[in-house]
Design a protein around this ligand. Structure first.
Ligand SMILES: [Zn+2]
Length: 551
């Protein structure tokens, strides 16, 4: 007789399924890669055989694995190999850390790092002299945490030939002193003037970055993600990981739309997508990333109305459209017609509108497709555009950790938007009430990839660092815990075209789980962001396990 016993049974805690047909259960059984039973603990006993592993949830919560709908795992991993100043504050400590890193590497021809926080520097823009003090002898290049601004030293500016007469490139801006001298920050495309001179990252370094990034994301309960910027070299990294058998996450790759090029790219994307479809495994490349604008902190986010100046009066600046709005609809219609998913970066209200208009053009040309367009970041949405997400079936891809009062928001954003537009930021509650689908992601390494911290902010609109002290950031836009967990599981699974197979704990679906160390629905159990993931399973196999879990 065939062995019908389960390979793994999870019991001893709460199962939050994200399946409306059975929201809660006590236990789950898995055979092979799939869920074979969900229900009461007693009901699992007939499935328990001599080789069945029983995982005791220890009064914790079993959730569907988190899916990060917008993340940069390879770059995030590589950042951890270089001079990573993400957790270092204030300014003086950042400079000391860079100096120590450089001093420890006398043979490095460049000093490369990342992760500084704009709020640590006056006006959000550090100066070249500060970096010269840490690295006087070699070029140094450090993008900030969001990757939209690079801090460079005098040696790097010299090498790139950037001086007071160098014009700003069309897709970026050189930060300058009043006399035009570059002061040390290069925004958006201006950073390429230096970056193109740097020694390229090697294939092995990319692979090491992916190993580090994947292990880190698994340790946070993440089982699948959409990589939001994949160039051909990083697609090769993923393919290598898949071929060598160590790609344990399910990955959707968003292939990078080069803004200097046109529709001829679409056939290349489609070819890359087809090549993977043959032996897909856990890797797919069905998405195309379109960067519509920049960010508000550097006034490169594309706005319908001008930014305000320091005096509170409108300036002449409405930000930058990286992609010509008149051409965007045509590109998106052809991406959609090729069966590929448009994944937009849109921060400002004009960028969000341009993206929605482009999907409207695609819908008009192609009818309703199943490519599932999504707009990431959605920082400022004009109220008139909120119902369009549901009407056009565009997924709102939220990075909830940003929806709180912190220095970037209070000092570098709100004063330049003014009160009315400030209220339009991150309107997640309004989007859900208007019937929009919501997905969630971290944008790591821009910010923490811990889904439990992100979910906490989606629910409280208060940063974990100022928990219990700060006021909520436009509290009408808070979500319930159930809504936030659904966005981070089934919502992101929808974006990844994985919702038929993952995203909820449902019989027949793949056994992708996160085990959390407490009942997150118990109000007595503390802040959600303080909870910890103690095990992560993909297809029934543990990809992360806290030794404390035992067996
Ligand atoms: Zn991103």
């Amino acid at each position: 007789m065939a062995d019908t016993s389960a390979d793994v049974i999870f019991s001893g805690g709460t199962v939050h399924t994200v399946d409306p047909a059975r929201p809660r259960a006590e236990a789950v059984a898995v055979r092979g890669e799939r869920i074979v039973a969900v229900g009461a603990t007693d009901a699992m006993m007939p499935l328990r055989g001599p080789r069945t592993r029983v995982v005791d949830l220890r009064a914790g919560t079993l959730l569907p694995g988190f899916q990060d709908a917008h993340v940069h795992p390879i770059g995030g991993g590589v950042d951890r190999l270089a001079c990573d100043v993400r957790d270092i504050h204030p300014r003086s400590a950042v400079i000391d850390a860079i100096r120590a890193y450089a001093d420890a590497r006398p043979d490095a021809s460049w000093i490369v790092g990342s992760g500084w926080y704009m709020g640590d520097f006056p006006g959000g823009t550090p100066r070249r002299e500060d970096l010269d003090a840490a690295v006087p002898d070699r070029p140094a290049f450090l993008p900030n945490r969001d990757g939209h601004t690079a801090w460079v030293n005098s040696r790097a500016l010299e090498l790139a030939g950037i001086d007071r007469v160098t014009p700003d490139p069309a897709d970026g801006r050189i930060e300058r002193d009043p006399d035009g001298t570059p002061s040390g920050c290069l925004h958006e495309g201006a950073a390429d003037l230096v970056e193109r001179l740097m020694p390229p990252t090697t294939e092995d370094e990319w692979a090491e970055g992916l190993r580090i990034g994947q292990a880190y994301l698994h340790s946070l309960g993440i089982t699948a993600w959409q990589d939001a910027i994949v160039h051909p070299n990083n697609l090769a990294t993923y393919r290598r990981a898949a071929a060598e058998g160590w790609l344990t996450a399910r990955v959707e790759a968003a292939l990078w739309w080069e803004r200097e090029r046109g529709d001829e790219q679409i056939e290349e994307f489609a070819a890359a997508s087809r090549a993977l479809a043959a032996d897909a495994g856990r890797l797919r490349a069905n998405s195309v990333k379109l960067m519509v604008d920049g960010v508000l902190e550097t006034f490169t986010g594309s706005m319908l109305e001008p930014y305000l100046g320091p005096d509170g009066r409108p300036t002449a600046n409405r930000g930058i459209d990286f992609l010509d709005p008149a051409a965007l609809g045509g590109h998106v219609a052809r991406i959609d017609a090729a069966g590929l998913q448009p994944h937009f970066h849109a921060i400002g209200d004009r960028a969000v509108r341009n993206a929605l208009d482009a999907v409207a053009a695609a819908r008009a040309a192609n009818g309703r497709s199943d490519t599932r367009p999504h707009i990431s970041h959605i920082q400022v949405i004009h109220p008139a555009d909120i119902p369009r997400f549901a009407a056009l079936d565009v997924v709102a891809n939220a990075q909830p950790l940003w929806a709180c009062h912190e220095t970037n928001m209070d000092e570098l954003t709100i004063p330049f938007l003014g009160p009315e537009r400030s209220r339009w930021q991150y309107p997640f509650g309004s989007l859900l009430r208007a019937g929009a689908r919501l997905a969630m992601g971290s944008d790591w390494s821009v910010s923490s990839p811990n889904p439990l911290e992100e979910i906490e902010v989606a629910v409280t609109r208060v940063a974990p660092e100022s928990r219990g002290r700060a006021r909520a950031f436009f509290p009408d836009e808070r979500l319930t815990l159930e809504e936030a967990i659904a966005a981070f599981t089934i919502g992101s699974a929808f974006v990844n075209h994985l919702d038929a197979e993952t995203g909820s704990i449902t019989i027949g679906k793949l056994a992708d789980f996160a085990v959390v160390d407490r009942d997150v629905f118990d109000r007595e159990s503390g802040a959600i962001g303080e909870a910890r993931v103690i095990a992560t399973f993909v297809g029934g196999h543990a990809v992360f396990e806290d030794p404390a879990l035992g067996s």
